[in-house]
Design a protein around this ligand. Structure first.
Ligand code: SF4
Length: 331
């Protein structure tokens, strides 16, 4: 008898073309999880509204991000459900119902909420406060029992677990309490070598970029600040170029480290090598992406089919939740 697979849920805001930080931090994990789990991946466009003032890019960014995910290997033919959050409106309903069992103090005390208030004092909207409740609705609506998280994201999932426990205590064992699957979420620094790679900081390298663009961005990368001349020995452990070599130049990384420490290689040459290896790594990805992009309707069809399959699970959950609460039946 085959054992039932656990179900993973994860979502990401639509941010358009994905960069190396998105890829190394999340997408490659998403792809790998498909081997052992039933996976549900969601473009969380509603979450994006809490911080976006300008929504005219949402559709393009959803499309571009989906293209990158599909080309990277997220594969509906393997059973993965890929869809857009707002296409399954039951999530909004569950969000409201869960908000009724979530004390306001829990939400306003969260460090992430305080951080957002600090970042956007002129736009402290209601959605921002309820963000973790919407996240709990995302996970529980699809009966996911597993959520991939990095160690630093564990408190977010714990919040969902608290809401689930509270709901189940009040209304019976209806919602699935998700468990964390600790995954290595590699933090990638931007080309400035200081801050996390991010589109909004324009310190990113897009994975769909053609080789010449990748080279242009890599050549701008900060290196070991103490290495001022070609003849100075370098310190690869403080160099972001070296960090990326560890992933993209695995066969040569020992040699690069040795040559850097002994001034046997210059930073320009080292960066060219990295740019080449990144471009080679993503060559098959770029081909698959171009194939998908030649048929945009197919991309939207994948999302529509994902929404249909997600809706079927959502409907079961929302019916059970309303029933447990005791809302009057509609005849
Ligand atoms: S040689 Fe390479 S690893 Fe060493 S400091 Fe320069 S760019 Fe960094």
């Amino acid at each position: 008898m085959t054992e039932q697979r656990h179900r993973v849920f994860s979502g990401a805001r639509p941010t358009g073309r994905q960069h190396l930080g998105n890829y190394l931090g999340a997408i490659r994990n998403y792809v790998a999880l498909q081997d052992d789990y039933d996976c549900i991946y969601c473009v969380v466009d509603l979450h994006a509204l809490t911080t976006l003032s300008d929504t005219d890019k949402l559709r393009t960014w959803t499309y571009e991000m989906t293209l990158d995910w599909l080309a990277a290997g997220i594969d509906p033919d393997r059973g993965t459900i890929l869809f857009v959050q707002s296409h399954v409106p039951q999530v909004v309903e569950l969000h409201l119902l869960l908000s009724m069992v979530t004390p306001l103090g829990w939400l306003t005390r969260l460090p992430t909420f305080k951080e957002k208030v600090r970042q956007q004092p002129d736009n402290v909207n209601y959605g921002l406060v309820g963000y973790p409740v919407l996240m709990a609705a995302d996970i529980t609506l699809y009966k996911a029992d597993t959520v991939p998280v990095g160690v630093d994201q564990a408190p977010h999932l714990e919040f969902t677990r608290e809401i689930v426990r509270r709901f189940n205590r009040l209304f019976g064992d209806v919602l699935v309490e998700p468990q964390a699957k600790y995954t290595e979420f590699t933090k990638v620094l931007g080309i400035d070598g200081k801050q996390k790679m991010s589109k909004s900081l324009n310190n990113h390298i897009e994975i769909a970029s053609p080789p010449e663009e990748i080279q242009g961005r890599v050549m701008q990368m900060m290196t070991d600040p103490a290495r001022r001349y070609r003849s100075d020995p370098g310190h690869p452990e403080v160099c972001n170029v070296y960090s990326l070599h560890k992933f993209f130049s695995a066969d040569e990384v020992g040699q690069i480290e040795h040559d850097c420490r002994n001034a046997g290689i210059g930073c320009v040459q080292c960066k060219r090598k990295l740019a080449q290896n990144i471009a080679d790594y993503f060559a098959p990805f770029r081909e698959r992406r171009a194939e998908w992009d030649a048929h945009p309707d197919d991309v939207w069809d994948v999302l529509a089919d994902g929404a249909r399959r997600a809706s079927a699970i959502a409907e079961e959950t929302i019916t059970a939740v309303k029933d447990a609460i005791g809302l009057p039946e509609r005849r």
